[in-house]
Design a protein around this ligand. Structure first.
Ligand code: KG4
Ligand code: ZN
Length: 332
């Protein structure tokens, strides 16, 4: 079954074709990063308009790269939420209209569930049960998964998401938007031991996160140390990154212990971070846990994870009604 996936929840317009929920035949991502960069963050109205321009060409490109025609598509899976409503509506209405016109089954899927499913798109997928950390620009949460669709929320951020903290610290250091990859590059030239930020554990047994205090600590350091950005930006980046990674890894491994689960996964945009990937692999190995982290192309927003996750619903005959609507916040 060839499923066309469409994703437009934030600032990436993406389309993909995935065969039988596993084989990625094409995955196209049109990023709006340059559009939003002058504003230091995503401007929702600009994002929606850009999705409108990009959605049809991106779908065409995905079909072309897959070497398929629309007639070869057997179902459509599209992100329904959470995300920016104006952005979601573009992909969602496009998918609905396409499915209606072609008489195809279609399903609206949860963006977070799709991110979590990306852990199953590795060479030797973990299957279930699985404890997974989703760390992105909008969310940071740990789940216990017993199937693609059954997720128990074990803990989540009480304030900023990890990626959001990365983006805000990057702004303080004058690195522009989005900041994750820029901080990682700068941190590689710094010394993580020189400026040690307090690790925001809340209490060590809690599986919740809080990154806003860490962000404020970086801000205070910059305010109280003259020329800190000019003189020690790399050390600040390294110190910040080490604090984030240590807490994310600790909580994920603690969750695996609580659930007595032998395998863990790391997904979402922040999972692209090399230091975090290496740190998790080392720490998990020391505890005898197996680790699953998707390739970089499946960490950030993409439609391959949307198509692959939606395949399971479509295959089981679960489709969405034509009057289904998008949702902006997590359905909890
Ligand atoms: O999953 P994603 O593409 O979009 C959301 O659903 O939010 O995640 C984007 C987030 C941004 O905050 C970005 O700064 C962060 O992922 N990110 C990184 C890296 N690459 C992207 N954070 C840390 N290190 C990276 N290499
Ligand atoms: Zn995302």
């Amino acid at each position: 079954m060839n499923v066309l996936g469409i994703e437009s929840s934030c600032d990436e317009t993406a389309a993909a074709v995935v065969a039988d929920g596993r084989r990625i035949l094409a995955s196209v991502v049109a990023s709006q990063v340059t559009l939003h960069r002058p504003y230091g963050g995503v401007v929702p109205e600009l994002a929606s308009r850009s999705h409108i321009e990009a959605v049809a060409p991106v779908v065409d490109q995905a079909l072309a790269e897959a070497g398929l025609a629309l007639a070869d598509i057997h179902g459509v899976s599209v992100t329904q939420g959470p995300g920016l409503v104006g952005c979601l509506l573009v992909g969602f209405c496009f998918a609905k209209a396409l499915a209606f016109a072609r008489g195809l089954p279609w399903v609206g899927v949860d963006h977070l569930s799709a991110h979590l499913y990306s852990a199953q798109m590795t060479a030797a997928p973990p299957g279930f049960p699985l404890v997974a950390l989703l760390a992105s620009g909008g969310h940071t949460a740990i789940y216990f998964l017993t199937s693609p669709e059954h997720q128990e929320l074990l803990g989540q951020t009480r304030d900023d998401a990890a990626g959001e903290a990365y983006d805000k610290v990057a702004k303080m250091l004058g690195l522009g938007y989005p900041g994750g990859a820029a901080i990682e590059r700068l941190a590689a030239q710094g010394d993580a031991q020189r400026i040690v930020f307090t690790r925001p554990y809340l209490d060590k047994d809690s599986l919740d996160f809080s990154f806003s205090g860490l962000k404020t600590a970086v801000y205070r350091y910059i305010q109280t140390h003259p020329h800190a950005v000019e003189k020690s930006a790399a050390d600040i980046a390294a110190g910040f990154q080490a604090a984030v990674a240590e807490v994310l890894i600790h909580k994920l491994l603690r969750a695996a212990e609580v659930k007595a689960c032998p395998q863990v996964a790391l997904v979402g945009g922040v999972a692209a971070n090399g230091g975090l990937r290496r740190g998790l692999n080392q720490a998990a190995e020391a505890k005898g846990l197996r680790v699953f982290i998707p390739p970089l192309t499946l960490c950030g927003d993409n439609a391959a994870m949307v198509a692959a996750f939606g395949y399971h619903a479509l295959e089981a005959g679960r489709v969405s009604p034509m009057d289904a609507d998008v949702y902006s916040r997590h359905r909890g």
